[in-house]
Ligand binder design. Structure first.
Ligand SMILES: [Zn+2]
Ligand SMILES: [Zn+2]
Length: 459
């Protein structure tokens, strides 16, 4: 696959030539990077992607699917249908890098508050990888055959974008994919491409908990049940779930990512809210930990004399992401050929993704791989000093900034991944009527509530 554009071990920008306009790639990336938009509010980003799609004449484009979702389909003769997903939303983070294309953008969030925005998870990079891969595929059409579906997904960070597109009739606007692919950039040596079969990303459970106390004048704590103190002790006690209840060889993360209480310095508020982000690979362990969280939260409230028990709201649930062995074998072989020693094994990641909702809706096998974007000098220096965890900004950090040299690597990985799947035969499930519209098999809000009730019922 390598010769299609760029060959083995091309690590530098110069060697990535081929069909790719590197100036376009970098300049367009910087445009996206300068103006990130929050999940479900990606109006300008979607419009900018649409403008890029005007570059192509034969791709069937559909816009505004499940919000600002976009698909572009190129039918190029007999062969399998391969879907590639790129997400394009940003985060409420204030960028602290010092590049001239850093984001100074801000937007109103769902609560009506103006917040700075940043592409702190690299979704601008993903978007460019797919747009670049489309150019490569478009320009090399006589060398491959099949159908390619380019899918640009909004609202990934809110965990609702993929489901949103499926629920809004994605199955009616694209042909059923035989394989679905996605790529995510990570903190890692620039240009290294990581793949693995099996579970690579964790499930995610988000719980908003309201702790009820009794409000009072700040000078009269004895007249209150202070929810600030209750929140503080609850947050500390929750740290014991993973450290004391989960077997040391099992994966679990419970992070209290947000604490909200009080608005004035002389008022003890009557409630506090904490938001938890929990990650697991094992479903039984997930249920056990959710039970433990409920037990601890309720017991802390009782111990403080709270009259009203805490309430739990499950705001999002994502299942773990498990790469297909078949897709892995196909893609990895071609990555090894293209990237040489820079194609390597992926460690399971503790983050989560909603991408798998798309292949699951179509019953298609899938794979998500990652690409390292940390400048090599920075990575090597930190590694030598034993400070990788301290010095290297991760996704969602205000200093997270891809090395620009990784832009063509992202494009090449996307193109090679798609092309390698186009060359395979894929098994389709059973008999299919021509006009089959694929109905989503994704959880609705009611399903999520039902699970939440089921879990609380167990306690
Ligand atoms: Zn993210
Ligand atoms: Zn992301």
């Amino acid at each position: 696959m390598g010769p299609l554009f760029g060959g083995r071990s091309d690590k530098t920008r110069e060697a990535d030539g081929g069909n790719l306009d590197l100036e376009w790639l970098e300049e367009t990336y910087k445009e996206f990077h300068r103006e990130p938009e929050l999940s479900t509010a990606e109006e300008k980003t979607a419009a900018r992607i649409k403008r890029e799609l005007e570059h192509f004449s034969d791709w069937a484009v559909t816009t505004d699917i499940g919000g600002y979702g976009i698909t572009a389909v190129l039918e190029n003769g007999e062969g399998p249908t391969v879907l590639f997903r790129a997400d394009f939303d940003g985060l409420p983070v204030a960028e602290k890098t010092d590049v001239d294309y850093k984001s100074k953008h801000s937007q109103l969030d769902a609560g009506g508050q103006r917040v700075p925005t940043m592409h702190a998870c690299g979704h601008d990079h993903h978007t460019m990888s797919l747009l670049g891969a489309m150019r490569v595929l478009d320009g090399t059409r006589e060398q491959w055959s099949g159908t390619v579906v380019a899918l640009f997904q909004p609202a990934e960070e809110a965990s609702i974008g993929a489901n949103g597109m499926v629920n809004d009739g994605l199955g009616r606007v694209i042909p059923r994919p035989d394989v679905c692919l996605a790529q995510h950039i990570i903190a890692g040596p620039a240009g290294r491409v990581f793949t693995a079969p099996g579970p690579v990303m964790a499930s995610s459970t988000t719980i908003e908990i309201t702790l009820y106390g009794r409000g009072a004048h700040a000078s009269m704590p004895h007249r209150s049940v202070d929810p600030v103190v209750l929140a503080a002790s609850t947050v500390m006690k929750l740290q014991t779930v993973v450290s004391r209840e989960v077997p040391p060889n099992q994966f679990a993360v419970i992070t209290v990512a947000s604490v909200e209480a009080g608005k004035a310095n002389n008022v003890i508020p009557d409630s506090a809210k904490i938001s938890l982000s929990c990650r697991f690979y094992d479903e039984a362990l997930r249920k056990k930990c959710v039970d433990s969280i409920k037990r601890i939260v309720r017991a802390e409230a009782t111990s403080m004399g709270a009259e009203r028990p805490p309430s739990f709201k499950f705001v999002g649930m994502l299942s773990a992401l498990k790469n297909s062995e078949n897709v892995f074998n196909t893609v990895r072989e071609n990555f090894d050929e293209t990237f040489g020693e820079e194609s390597t094994d992926m460690e399971p990641w503790s983050a989560s993704e909603d991408f798998s909702a798309i292949p699951k809706a179509f019953g298609a096998p899938y794979m998500l791989w990652t690409v390292g974007i940390t400048p090599r000098w920075q990575w090597d220096r930190a590694e030598k000093a034993g400070r990788l965890d301290i010095d290297i900004p991760t996704n969602h950090n205000p200093l997270f900034l891809p090395d620009l040299n990784t832009l063509p690597v992202g494009v090449r990985a996307a193109a090679v991944g798609i092309l390698s799947c186009l060359q395979q035969e894929w098994e389709r499930p059973g008999e299919e009527p021509e006009d089959r519209i694929y109905s989503p098999t994704v959880p609705t809000d009611e399903d999520i509530d039902a699970v939440a009730v089921e879990i609380s019922g167990a306690n």
